[in-house]
Design a protein around this ligand. Structure first.
Ligand code: SF4
Ligand SMILES: [Zn+2]
Ligand SMILES: [Zn+2]
Length: 314
């Protein structure tokens, strides 16, 4: 197979576009797609100080790599969740640190056990929530805290097109209108202490991100998945979409992009007016204490937090 742009040997065939590409043209196209997403959805500006949520996986490291190549001011934050099974947290941390060192980039490491006395599995044992539910609260809180303390202006995560399209499908099948309203490549902050959240890889598939990471020589965590991963729904949705994509190439991207054009059909919940500040950490909450502080103190948690778009394996 030959590259459609230059006739050199192709390293990947992007079936959705009937586009075989050589290494150079694939990498070029990948970066151009990120640039297009940033421009089209107004994700970032040159003045932004970006904090990238790094997990040691292909998506977050590929994202950090591209942002640095595009000349953005992007630092990383790695949260050591204290997941000891299969040495998961240790290996992910090592890969994230090595990446940062190779590129001379700044990585803030937050060790949950050191700072709050318990790991995610430890917190989950005392909670009625699932491990992933607890993990989501912990990650959101710590990312928001590091962003606020470090004067970052925006938080970036490595969600790719497969993540976004599968969550969209799951939310549509259940008509989760509040979650649909909150699914966007850029989610504005609803409180001065929070930062906007952006997903610059949202137009690129998992396969493209993995190929980019391999071709760029990024040493990421693969063949190792978080042992607590609750992936049943996500996998079902991804499989369904992949089957449709095989029959009708390009559907996944069309599905997601067309949704974004119609997103205003779903009204976001009005939260800012009713939110106060947590009496322990000062972050916005509708209770006396926020979900994170209640978790750390071992108080019973209120169910029903936003589990929208959890990125598996992070
Ligand atoms: S699968 Fe992801 S969200 Fe769940 S516990 Fe592991 S790292 Fe956390
Ligand atoms: Zn080429
Ligand atoms: Zn709090």
């Amino acid at each position: 197979m030959r590259c459609k742009r230059c006739s050199r040997r192709a390293v990947i065939n992007l079936r959705s576009y009937r586009l075989p590409l050589c290494e150079e043209h694939f990498l070029e196209r990948f970066v151009a797609t990120v640039r297009r997403a940033i421009k089209e959805y107004r994700l970032l500006s040159r003045e932004d100080r970006i904090l990238v949520a790094v997990s040691g996986g292909k998506d977050s490291l590929a994202l950090w790599d591209v942002l640095l190549r595009l000349g953005y001011r992007a630092d990383g934050v790695y949260i050591d969740l204290g997941i000891r099974r299969e040495n998961y947290s240790e290996i992910s941390k090592r890969k994230s640190l090595a990446f940062a060192e190779q590129r001379g980039a700044e990585l803030t490491v937050v060790d949950l056990r050191e700072e709050y006395g318990r790991s995610v599995p430890g917190l989950a044992r005392r909670s009625t929530r699932s491990t992933c539910g607890v993990c989501g609260i912990v990650k959101r809180h710590i990312m928001d805290s590091v962003a606020l303390r470090g004067n970052y202006t925006v938080l970036a995560t490595g969600h790719n097109l497969d993540d976004e399209a599968s969550v969209l499908l799951a939310n549509l099948l259940r008509w989760q209108t509040e979650l649909l309203a909150r699914q966007a490549p850029r989610l504005e902050a609803w409180h001065p202490k929070l930062r906007p959240k952006v997903k610059p890889l949202c137009l690129l598939t998992e396969r493209e991100t993995a190929a980019y990471a391999v071709l760029r020589g990024i040493d990421y965590v693969h063949e190792l998945e978080c042992p607590y991963s609750e992936r049943a729904t996500t996998i079902t949705m991804k499989e369904a979409l992949n089957r449709i994509e095989e029959r009708s190439p390009g559907t996944k991207l069309y599905f997601y992009r067309e949704f974004l054009k119609r997103r205003e059909l779903f009204r976001p919940p009005q939260r800012a007016e009713e939110a106060g500040e947590c009496e322990v950490c000062g972050f916005p909450t509708t209770s006396r204490r926020c979900a994170f502080c209640r978790l750390v103190e071992g108080q019973p948690s209120r169910q029903g937090g936003n589990q929208n778009n959890k990125k598996e394996g992070e």
